[in-house]
Design a protein around this ligand. Structure first.
Ligand SMILES: Cc1cc2nc3c(=O)[nH]c(=O)nc-3n(C[C@H](O)[C@H](O)[C@H](O)COP(=O)(O)OP(=O)(O)OC[C@H]3O[C@@H](n4cnc5c(N)ncnc54)[C@H](O)[C@@H]3O)c2cc1C
Length: 564
């Protein structure tokens, strides 16, 4: 099977293409925002390229709560249009990739003396359903004490007085980003990771004429020419604006959010829970595969953008929230398996605290023509792309051109082909994988769920490939097949790309990294012809990622600290 265009094996030819051709749109940043814009623009017929300085989804788009949700708590700040938009987007994104965006009932327990009473909760959830046009069985249900405890026996019998059950969706943010980028590539976009935008070049009217990009594999610089330039650089938007000498008045207000991961047995919640903590904030506890994760914090951040870590204070805050809600678990810092910390690239508003800042996205167009997009949510990626393209199309002078590119088709375009089209099909396919895996000696349900929800029907290729490896361990053959797949079809250029963004193992199956890293490093070095120097560097990067996912630092790293 030949590697796709979205493969590191085509890196040189893709970079040559970037340097040789002129594009309608050059996008800087390969998180969910850049990915969404790339897909929409390419599907409309624009000639698009995208560069990402690290790996795709290595910024905020791999550090979210991993929910495609309406943002119930934004109702409290009366952000009605945001709730309405993300509420209705949930069902659309679910239909585009039902294996990857799966329905998830959320329980909101009501606690004696808690922030929200029965009436407020019932009303809030009703408005939420109304705004998102939720239908049928998915509409919220109010539960009495017994029903709530039946749904979640881990809640405290002494203090629970009832609950609200409502519909949300769970996803994997990095995989969603990667699938969108893959889809954009199949439609014709030229997309590459490990290429950093380093500076802009201007014409005589001070408009951006081209950008310089550094290939971080070879250290060589090349130039990209396009009609329009979009910065979808999340927390780095201000840095890119600075490189453009922009005088824009808007600036970012970064807040940090941390999640902690526990083995499921340590925090065995039967279902996803959204609970309030004594300081008035809300925290999620979400079971997923073999773990339960908990988050998030929301604190102002002034540290290093390229190395965001979890501090002891972050961990303590979340541990105390969980122990306070689930009285019997008594979790300590030693019980945490893994963690992640990410930055919300919010738009600054005077006199507003981290939690009060709007999650709305905004676009600003600089005098140079640079279009910057920040704020927003994973959930709203399609609508953000609409707005970015509205700004791009304003630069087209003729009505004919505007008309040509006006219509977006992303609302009905399946993200993965061959696609699964309903929950029933996903369930049947997972059962089919279960049978296939059991023939290979893998009998746990976790791996069939994992393959189905991460890859959809692409799992067939991985399972078939695994039969070509000849270890006695079916799991080792499977992970080697995954690596082969991700090198040939998912632009893996580093061990961390594989263990973190393509497979989520750093957060959700950290033991498997320790178990298989030697064979994975051996295989990837052979596929990509790495010398000892490169292998050592990659190992160092992996060790640093493992360290940060399991260490609770005294403080955040400052802006000047060294990273690899
Ligand atoms: C803790 C937390 C929880 C969240 N939970 C949810 C949730 O459950 N649901 C939801 O819908 N939303 C959630 N969000 C919001 C959502 O995750 C973000 O809005 C979204 O991921 C931002 O994506 P982005 O593409 O704008 O930024 P990023 O993902 O950060 O992408 C920007 C990219 O630009 C690249 N870049 C920067 N500079 C350059 C350069 N010079 N050249 C090339 N590339 C460059 C970076 O490497 C990076 O990959 C959460 C956010 C946080 C922090």
């Amino acid at each position: 099977m030949q590697a796709s265009k979205f493969s590191v094996l085509h890196r040189s030819s893709q970079i040559a293409k970037l340097a040789a051709e002129t594009f309608d749109l050059a996008i800087i940043g390969g998180g969910i925002t850049g990915a969404g814009i790339a897909l929409d623009a390419t599907a409309r017929g624009l000639k698009v390229c995208l560069i990402e300085k690290n790996d795709f989804a290595s910024g905020t788009s791999n550090k979210s709560t991993k929910l495609i949700h309406g943002g119930l708590r934004y109702l409290k700040n009366f952000e009605i249009s945001l709730v309405r938009e993300s509420g209705s987007e949930r069902a659309i994104v679910h239909n585009l990739a039902p294996h990857l965006v799966t329905p998830q009932k959320m329980l909101l327990p009501l606690i004696e003396g808690g922030t929200y009473g029965k009436l407020m909760t019932a009303l809030g959830l009703k408005v939420y359903d109304f705004l998102a046009d939720v239908k049928g069985d998915d509409r919220r249900k109010m539960l009495d004490k017994a029903e709530t405890l039946h749904k979640e026996p881990l809640l405290d019998k002494q203090t629970v007085i009832g609950g609200g059950l409502y519909a949300e969706y769970r996803t994997d943010d990095a995989r969603l980003t990667i699938e969108i980028l893959k889809k954009a590539t199949t439609l014709g976009a030229t997309i590459i990771n490990y290429c950093e935008m380093t500076s802009f070049n201007y014409d005589s009217q001070s408009k951006i004429e081209s950008l310089n990009s550094k290939d971080l594999n070879s250290e060589s610089i090349f130039t990209i020419k396009a009609k329009n330039y979009v910065s979808a650089t999340g927390p780095w938007v201000d840095q890119v604006l600075k490189k453009d000498n922009s005088t824009n008045k808007k600036r970012l207000h970064l807040t940090k959010g941390v999640h902690l991961v526990f083995a499921f047995e340590k925090l065995p919640v039967k279902q996803s829970i959204y609970f309030d903590v004594p300081d008035g904030r809300m925290v999620f506890a979400i079971p997923r595969g073999r773990v339960t994760y908990v988050g998030t914090t929301d604190t102002d951040y002034y540290g290093n953008l390229d190395r965001v870590v979890t501090t002891k204070a972050d961990a303590k805050y979340l541990l105390s929230a969980v122990n306070n809600m689930f009285k019997t678990v008594n979790l300590t810092i030693d019980d945490i398996e893994s963690n992640w910390a990410g930055l919300r690239p919010l738009i600054h508003e005077d006199n507003k605290s981290a939690s009060e800042l709007s999650r709305k996205d905004e676009i600003f167009v600089s005098d140079s023509g640079l279009i910057s997009m920040a704020g927003g949510k994973l959930t709203g990626y399609r609508k953000m792309a609409y707005r970015a393209l509205d700004a791009v199309l304003k630069t087209y002078n003729t009505e004919e051109d505007k008309f040509r590119f006006e219509n977006s088709t992303t609302e009905t375009m399946a993200l993965v082909n061959p696609s699964l089209t309903s929950n029933d099909e996903v369930e049947d396919y997972q059962k089919y994988i279960e049978k296939q895996l059991s023939g290979l000696g893998i009998t746990d349900i976790y791996h069939s769920w994992y393959l189905c929800s991460f890859y959809g029907k692409q799992a067939n290729i991985i399972i078939e490939k695994s039969k070509r490896f000849n270890s006695d361990s079916g799991l080792e053959n499977l992970i080697r097949a995954e690596l082969w797949y991700s090198v040939h079809f998912e632009m893996v250029n580093s061990i961390n790309d594989f263990f973190i963004r393509r497979t989520g193992r750093l957060y959700f199956d950290i033991e498997s990294i320790k178990q298989y890293k030697t064979i994975i490093i051996k295989d990837i070095s052979e596929y990509l012809n790495w010398d000892t120097n490169r292998i050592n560097k990659e190992e160092e990067k992996l060790n640093l990622a493992l360290k940060d996912a399991t260490t609770y630092y005294d403080t955040d790293f400052n802006k000047k600290s060294n990273i690899f």
